[in-house]
Design a protein around this ligand. Sequence first.
Ligand SMILES: O=c1ccn([C@@H]2O[C@H](COP(=O)(O)OP(=O)(O)O[C@H]3O[C@H](CO)[C@@H](O)[C@H](O)[C@H]3O)[C@@H](O)[C@H]2O)c(=O)[nH]1
Length: 436
Amino acid sequence: APLLTLVRRLVIDSSSQGITFSFFNTAKSNCAIFSGQEFDNIKAYDVWDGMHEGEAFTGSNILEAMQLFLAATPGNFEKVMKEAEVETGMKISCLLSDAFLWFTCDLAEERGIPWVSFWTAASCSLSAHMYTDQIWSLMRSTGAAKTEEKTLSFVPGMTSVRFSDLPEEILSDNLESPLTLMIYKMVQKLSKSTAVVVNSFEEIDPVITNDLKSKFQNFLNIGPSILSSPTLSNGDSGQECLLWLEKQRHASVIYISFGTVITPQPREMAGLAEALETGEFPFLWSLRDNAMKLLPDGFLDRTSKFGMIVSWAPQLKVLENPSVGAFITHCGWNSILESISFGVPMICRPFFGDQNLNSKMVEDVWKIGVRLEGGVFTKNGTIEALHSVMLNETGKAIRENINKLKHKAQNAVKFDGTSTKNFRALLELIKSPRGI
Ligand SMILES: O=c1ccn([C@@H]2O[C@H](COP(=O)(O)OP(=O)(O)O[C@H]3O[C@H](CO)[C@@H](O)[C@H](O)[C@H]3O)[C@@H](O)[C@H]2O)c(=O)[nH]1
């Protein structure tokens, strides 16, 4: 979805340039993000996901699906790229891809065209990946357990981050794991990229930004995209919860969402539910239908006067609503950026990947939210976090900090803002491609 958002913005700004965009993605993902909509000048092509006819991915381990997909690359992409060239009668002149798909660097090189890579998470996690070799060598020489509490004193802008805050894939040097291997190969290729693009803004991490600028040919922060790009429409879904929000007091509602992939364990679901019920905090909870059974018996009835649960929330409109006072989040990068863009303080419960590092930055560096005591939902720990964000002086300071950051984000996307200038630079690179 973030890649489609970027492409839609590029289409609008390059409408008179005669550029055509072909969007290569698995059929399942294309179906989900386009959801039946068609966009001028963007043609979606389905790429084989590595599964054979009649086979369906049933395992709960997402790494299994990833392994099948990676085994099918790059042949699956090459095949459909050729089809697109025949169909459009044009040669592909630039490859813009999710940075994880490192092999697109080779495809671009073979064709003598630029490779623009898009890192969909925060600059801090990209930076941590760029220092993987140093991190591994320190862990090997000191011993992994002893390194845990050490800080990344050698990474600009991340000197207060501890090893234990880092994504697991960085801490494991097991290149047998498909995720670790994919990230490792990506790091090796990224310096060849004509530009590395991130959905963020320079002012949030000036030191990290400068360091990454020194590592890549072009390092372009072009976000937050939600403040500068057309949003993907979900039709009229979620109207009911927006109407409910209209009736709530200013900054009183807790919005809860764990993004597109996570459902907390039953014990944590119970802890969070009990905290909301005991504290009688008004809440709007985005919870998939199949997770409703994890709520305590009778919870819905007992909280119906002050809470609402929906299977999917129009998150941008929710966060924009003045009645929302805090966001309980898994710290996916898009959710953090959306929270900053609307000035909503966060309560963090990270689960995997970049989320732990993001939560560290939220609490300790940007000071725009808090992490849960003990890192998981318990009744008392959650009530404590809710009190500190909603009622205490801590909450007041957090609110001030996030509003300052929100203004910086808004300035970045103004006509002469840093993100706008970077976006124009990206457009130039795409318009006048040169070989890499
Ligand atoms: O009810 C909902 C729930 C989610 N969203 C949207 O879904 C997106 C969720 O994105 P994000 O917060 O980044 O979470 P994930 O989908 O979990 O993101 C994955 O990808 C991110 C990078 O793109 C990483 O930072 C995360 O760790 C990884 O889990 C956001 O735009 C939300 O606005 C809704 O609109 N309604």
